[in-house]
Design a protein around this ligand. Structure first.
Ligand SMILES: O=C(O)COP(=O)(O)O
Length: 207
């Protein structure tokens, strides 16, 4: 019987992908003639809520927002081989997948996450909720809670304020990581219970 469920965000928690995200996103904006995003701060701002919703709101144009992301994913696929995991996260996933039910809840695409994991020698069969069908992390979590109710504890581990805001309405413990995209202080201010300073600390907490 599964007693513990751990939901992991992917980019910024498992994958060290910020510079590749920025490169592909800026290139995509250029391709579709959007000049609203010029700095890393412009990108980080999009993660203070649901990324897809924020992008739509900032552009005030749903068609354009979809176009940016369509081009973005084409570019990201070309860079996929360069995406590495944060040091120690391979061990975290391998060990914790034996102790808990693990899900990856991400704004990225499931197929990309799978390929990155395989490229980085993660062979565990992890369940991945990508953005292909559902873009809202709240809705993804709702469906997990509906289907999995035989656990004693459920944790969500993230690096962005937007994730915290989407998840905090559920009876889930939220932890932050100090190696991700938003600063630990911001995560704490918005409701995470604890911020892990390293993958080793995270592993110790759940082992
Ligand atoms: O932290 C974030 O929200 C970004 O990560 P994600 O692409 O895995 O959702």
């Amino acid at each position: 019987m599964v007693t513990r469920v751990i939901l992991f965000d992917f980019d910024g928690v498992i994958a060290d992908s910020f510079s590749i995200f920025c490169k592909c996103f800026f290139e995509s904006c250029k391709t579709v003639n959007i000049n609203k995003f010029a700095t890393q701060e412009d990108i980080l701002r999009l993660f203070y809520g649901n990324f897809y919703q924020r992008l739509k709101d900032e552009l005030q144009d749903e068609v354009m927002a979809n176009k940016v992301m369509e081009v973005y994913f084409i570019k990201l696929k070309r860079e996929i081989g360069k995406i590495k995991l944060f040091a120690g996260m391979d061990e975290v996933l391998m060990k914790l997948s034996k102790l808990a039910k693990i899900f990856i809840i991400t704004s990225n695409r499931e197929e990309i996450v799978r390929e990155v994991l395989i490229n980085n020698k993660i062979i565990e069969d992890l369940e991945i909720f990508g953005s292909e069908q559902i873009k809202s992390k709240s809705l993804k979590i709702q469906s997990i809670l509906k289907n999995y109710n035989n656990f004693s504890e459920i944790f969500f581990i993230t690096d962005t304020v937007g994730d915290v805001l989407e998840v905090k309405k559920f009876p889930i413990k939220i932890a932050g990581v100090a190696w991700g995209w938003h600063k630990p202080e911001e995560l704490l201010k918005n409701g995470v219970e604890i911020v892990f300073k390293s993958p080793k600390e995270l592993l110790e907490k759940f082992s």
